[in-house]
Structure formats: structure tokens, C-alpha cells
Design a protein around this ligand. Sequence first.
Ligand code: THU
Length: 141
Amino acid sequence: MKKIDPEQLIAQAKAAREEAYAPYSGYRVGAALLGRSGRVYTGCNVENAVYPLCTCAERAAVVKAVSEGEREFIALAVVTENGGAPCGSCRQTLREFGKEIVVLIADTSGSYRETTVDQLLPDSFSATDLTRNVKRETGAL
Ligand code: THU
């Protein structure tokens, strides 16, 4: 398993933030997602004149990674000007791929805190809940 280099992952997220397309909110976000393979997938927020279509940086990184064949993740770094935490949708999107993913929440000065998807989204809903439901419906439980 690839070891996490927090400073390096945060630097990659910070570089991705430079690409943010945020003309409406002005709030620029960068993310870098470390896969089990060792590859890093970056993302930035991409806004739209139709506001609900805005894409978050974290989800951009997940979509990029999964569409390139990576499904297991070690860590995600997210960088904003003020160290803002990932939104609920991004937490759930990350949860799909594991509770143990380390999340580094950083600001542009480089200071950061370390947490996990499980800490950010406790008592979460996941594929196992659906499996239980299917088993109940079919009488297997
Ligand atoms: N944003 C992210 O990219 N990630 C988050 O977790 C929170 C919010 C973006 C969406 C929008 O472009 C801007 O920040 C303001 O909400």
C-alpha cells in the first residue's frame, strides 16, 4: 500500500485549485485523491450558470479516478482558502469507496487537519444496507 505523504498530496490539491472554475462563488477548491495503485487524481470545482450543476472538487477527483479504473483509495486532500471541510454530497461519494479513507483538510497557507471519511460521515448509508434490504425482500434474512 502506498504511504501517505500529506504535504505532497496537499501540494497537488493546491495546484489543482489553480484550475478551479468558480466565477459565481469565487470560492476555489482543489482536491487530490491517492489511489491504492499510488496514482493521484486531482480535481477542482467546476461551476455553471445553472447553479445546481456546480461540481465539487472532491467529486471531480473521484469521477476522474473511477473512470480511469481506480476504485480503492487511501487518502484525499482538499484545499480551500480557509480550510473548509468537504460538503455532505462529497462525503457520501467518498463513503461509497471506503470508510477508512484519510481526509486532509487544508488551507492555502499549508496548515491542515487529518480526519477520515468515517469521522466526517458517521453511521453512514452504504451498499451493505441495500444488500440487507434485498435479502429481507427475498426472504433470505
Ligand atoms: N465546493 C467544493 O468544491 N467542495 C466542497 O466540498 C464544498 C463546496 C465548491 C462548490 C462551489 O463551486 C463552491 O465550492 C461554493 O460552494
